[in-house]
Design a protein around this ligand. Structure first.
Ligand code: NAD
Length: 497
């Protein structure tokens, strides 16, 4: 049966890309091909840039409150279609329906934040900065913005970007991951229904070729990227070369420290959810557990028992599983090869999720390797699957040193009742998002998503007021007010009277 060819959304209409190159889109739960995504080329990218550029002048002059009203209507539509969109995320990404709902909820919160942008968009002024001279600073949009997004959050990550960019008066081109193109089109369709004028929001499908065209196009002013570190670094470098504003969030290797005084039930539940939720395919997933002191043996036993009891299976039929598949068969193979090489390197496989009969979907059960050494590949590389490495540390200092040796700096958590240990961890662990007795310390819409080190390239992060700063530029006006010539009836009366 021929599968659906995904359309680009350009200038307010869904249209076929002008390419004959396509890639299969799978339902990861079944392995079935559900659509074909076009690998748009330079011509399609150029068409998107032209459409977004044409829409810019009128949209940027639309009063900010009217731009925000589009987001109020969008929020209502997202609520009305909440379950359909969640099901679509599950269908093409494989995460459970509960996980899809949670991701969409986080995305809607950014839309809600964007509804309040008129207050945050305001400028500042200072009267009499010099005699008879006032100074004010106002925010202006930057122009056409592009967002390049990963497969693991098909709705939430694009929504980190475009609601804020649009209410700030920019037009937007979303280049979603080619592995999950359907959600992008659906959220774009709802945005059109909310009254977003044609060309203000566009969706361009494809891979490297169309990203290169966006990077090189003089018509694009700013690039937001979320994905793996090698690509983030390259996008940041090339975007800067072409004079663009760039924010590029990359990969991660997140630590979770468990101190001997931690609440054992909370620590095990939170660690299992943080390590194996979404199949470990979250940039905030825990991939290294560090039991400190004598916390290790009982923690690993309980964790292995808990993780071993999680129900892993197809997610598209209902709510009765805890974990779904990984995104592709090759990804399963890659994670399996890390389990194998960890074992060869001397680690102990405590829980082996490799299946002898994987079936139609791309499944791998939760896996734990213990006695991992910090210099092993499994401890240094981002694996992005349901594989937790355990590195035992004798002291808090030793655990903090491991953090300092890690190239990434996204999230890190500690489980403890000791205020001193928690405070030292907060202050000294080199990651931008810290959890204290919280497994996944992912900031919500009002806060920036503050990756550090090789987890982020740029200075202004997505979300919150940093998002507004990223999508606006400021203009300062100095005005000298001239006295009327001749007699001034107000002179010499004091202004306040
Ligand atoms: P990816 O880097 O392979 O792809 C991300 C996007 O970049 C996609 O749209 C893809 O089409 C495009 N792309 C891929 N290679 C490219 C190239 N050479 N040139 C130009 N564009 C290219 O990432 P992924 O596998 O889709 O997603 C998983 C990664 O994303 C993980 O590393 C994860 O940690 C990261 N991630 C980070 C965050 C964060 O906030 N730091 C959030 C979510 C995901």
């Amino acid at each position: 049966m021929p599968t659906e060819a995904v359309l680009n959304l350009i200038g307010g209409t869904f249209q076929a890309a002008s390419t004959d190159r396509f890639e299969d889109v799978f339902n990861p739960s079944t392995g079935e091909i559900i659509a074909q995504v076009p690998l748009s080329g330079r011509e399609d990218a150029q068409a998107a840039v032209i459409a977004a550029g044409r829409a810019l002048s009128s949209w940027s002059q639309t009063p900010v409150i009217d731009r925000a009203r589009v987001m109020f209507r969008y929020r209502d539509l997202l609520e009305q279609h909440f379950d359909d969109v969640a099901r679509l995320i599950t269908r093409e990404n494989g995460k459970t329906l509960a996980e899809s709902r949670a991701e969409l909820r986080r995305g809607i919160e950014v839309v809600e934040f964007a509804c309040g942008i008129p207050s945050l968009f305001m400028g500042r002024s200072l009267a009499d900065v010099a005699r008879d001279v006032d100074a004010d600073v106002m925010r202006h949009p930057v122009g056409v913005c592009a967002g390049i997004t990963p497969y693991n959050f098909p709705a939430m990550v694009p929504m980190w970007m475009f609601p804020i960019a649009l209410v700030c008066g920019n037009s937007f081109i979303l280049k979603p991951s080619e592995k999950v193109p359907l959600t992008a089109n659906r959220i774009g369709e709802l945005l059109l229904q909310a009254g977003c004028p044609e060309g203000v929001f566009n969706v361009l499908h494809g891979g490297r070729e169309c990203v290169d065209a966006l990077l090189e196009s003089p018509g694009v002013a700013a690039i937001s990227f979320v994905g793996s570190t090698p690509v983030a670094r390259e996008i940041y470098r090339r975007g800067a070369e072409y004079g663009k504003r760039v924010q590029a969030a990359g990969g991660a290797k997140n630590f979770c420290l468990v101190m001997p005084d931690a609440d054992p039930v909370l620590a095990v539940q939170a660690l299992a959810a943080a390590s194996f939720g979404c199949g470990g395919q979250r940039c905030m997933a825990t991939s290294i557990a560090v039991p400190v002191g004598d916390a290790a043996d009982s923690l690993i036993d309980r964790l292995a028992q808990h993780a071993g009891s999680l129900r892993v299976g197809p997610t598209h039929e209902g709510d009765d599983v805890d974990l779904g598949p990984l995104i592709r068969a090759q990804h399963v193979e890659r994670v399996c090869s890390h389990i194998e090489s960890a074992a060869e390197g001397g680690a102990t496989v405590v829980l082996d999720g490799r299946r002898s009969e994987p079936g139609g979907g791309f499944f791998l059960d939760p896996s734990i390797v213990d006695h991992v050494a910090p210099e092993m590949d499994v401890a240094r590389t981002e694996i992005f699957g349901p594989l937790l490495s355990v590195i035992r540390a004798a002291t808090l200092n030793e655990a903090l040193r491991m953090g300092r040796d890690c190239e990434f700096g996204n999230g890190a958590s500690i489980f403890t009742r000791d205020g001193y240990a928690a405070r030292r961890f907060r202050d000294d662990f080199p990651a931008g998002m810290i959890g204290i007795n919280v497994g996944v310390p992912a900031p919500m819409a009002w806060f920036p998503f503050t990756g550090w080190n090789n987890s982020f390239f740029g200075d202004l992060h997505v979300q919150g007021t940093e998002g507004i700063q990223f999508y606006t530029r400021q203009k300062v006006t100095l005005t000298r007010w001239l006295k009327p010539t001749g007699d001034d009836p107000r002179d010499p009366v004091w202004r306040g009277s």
